[in-house]
Design a binder for this molecule. Structure first.
Ligand code: T4K
Length: 370
């Protein structure tokens, strides 16, 4: 698929310098070692631990398999409490593990799971909570952990959007039992396709490394029903180069967010997020929420008006996961159980947000909204 010249898309991949990438490809070619825990894989794991300030990380082929593997690694069974306001991979991972997703409503101030709603959803079959740091906004982790501790539940954060996000200098990836990342092309930091699991200790790292390699612990011993989700050397090399420029990309996104906020601050009927105190944001998405009555136009009217003019925002996360055919029959999926998520999903447009937006692009986008 090619993107038409005057189109502004919701995101655009951060690409490393092609000559620099070529030089690393030459190293891969010369080594004749292209996957299965090669040297670039090791180097990228080390570099990411340092950049993200986390003790252990395990690289994956995408951001969905770490979710599946995290549930396996923690031997989660029964019911898992989660949010309907996410990319569908979050709930699919629960389903693929043979567990039942139980949806609870969200907090509109960060679009994450609402801690006030969690306790009422706990049953004797509940074993885990899977919250999402939606748009990279940290969830209310303190309250989630207090509930998890009280009921003995595991917490797995889907931190697909939260690359580099810190609260008071500490990575959100260090919270909960495990946290997952996506390095998809559409993310702040990408390895084309890719992802990772972040863990606290060496033993868990070992277990997850086995699980992502069919369960092999050595040449002849299989210790668990593992899967194949290893990152190859080409993408690890690409990832090493992108890590060098990710801070600059985040700062460019920050400048776009500043421009959007300045222009939209006084527009009636449009809500957006400001930075949270003590948080290092990554500006992965810039969602706006339209109150149709106050704004004088519905979300969809604005969305299609922008699209007609070649400005491709996205309605992440509409429709809610709970409305999809696999899940809509679950008792927790009823819209009455999820009034905030239902409303927010009908109000949201994620504006184009990436490192490559020009001043001209930003003006074109804003002229359609203000
Ligand atoms: N958990 C959460 C909370 C997630 O958001 C995601 C993924 C996951 C888990 C699973 O992680 P992965 O297994 O995907 O690593 C995109 C992404 O494919 C997906 O990774 C992401 N979340 C989701 C929110 O968005 P689409 O279907 O909207 O992508 P697509 O192909 O329409 O691309 C959006 C725009 O990006 C295009 O209009 C143009 C631009 N683009 C895209 C690609 C792929 C480019 O310019 N170049 C490209 O190569 O799902």
């Amino acid at each position: 698929m090619t993107i038409k010249k005057d189109t502004i898309t919701v995101t655009s991949p951060l690409l490393p310098d092609l000559d620099a990438f070529h030089a690393l490809l030459k190293e891969v070619w010369d080594s004749k070692w292209v996957t299965n825990n090669g040297s670039f894989h090791k180097r990228l794991e080390e570099a990411l631990c340092a950049y993200l300030k986390v003790p252990y990380i395990s690289l994956f082929t995408n951001g969905t398999l770490p979710l599946l593997t995290a549930l396996q690694a923690l031997r989660v069974t029964g019911e898992v409490i989660t949010t309907p306001y996410s990319f569908v991979a979050t709930t699919h991972a629960i389903w693929w593990n043979g567990c039942k997703p139980v949806f609870v409503d969200i907090d509109p101030s960060n679009c994450g799971i609402d801690p006030n709603m969690i306790e009422a959803a706990i049953t004797p079959r509940t074993t885990a909570i899977m919250p999402v740091h939606c748009y990279g906004k940290p969830c209310d982790m303190k309250r989630i952990h207090a509930i998890a501790d009280k009921y003995g539940l595991k917490v797995i954060y889907d931190a697909a959007h939260a690359f580099g996000v810190e609260v008071n200098g500490n990575s959100v990836l260090n919270q909960g039992d495990l946290a997952t990342l996506s390095f998809h092309a559409t993310k702040v930091y990408n390895t084309l396709e890719g992802g990772a699991l972040v863990m606290h200790d060496e033993q868990m790292k070992k277990r997850i490394d086995y699980l992502k390699n069919f369960g092999f612990a050595g040449e002849t011993k299989v210790v668990a029903p593992g899967i194949n989700s290893k990152m190859d050397e080409v993408r690890a090399a690409y990832g090493l180069l992108n890590l060098k420029q990710v801070d600059e990309a985040i700062e460019k996104r920050h400048q776009v967010a500043i421009r959007y906020r300045e222009a939209l601050r006084d527009v009636k009927g449009i809500r957006f997020f400001d930075d949270m105190p003590g948080v290092r944001h990554n500006y992965s998405y810039f969602p706006i929420f339209i109150d149709a009555e106050e704004y004088g136009m519905t979300r969809d009217e604005l969305y299609f008006k922008m699209k007609e003019q070649g400005v491709y925002g996205r309605r992440y996360f509409y429709p809610l996961i709970s409305t999809f055919s696999t899940y809509c029959g679950l008792p927790s999926a009823s819209p009455e159980n999820l009034p905030v998520a239902t409303r927010v999903a009908n109000e949201v447009i994620c504006l184009p947000m990436h490192h490559g937006l020009s001043e001209e692009d930003i003006s074109r986008i804003l002229e359609l909204i203000v």
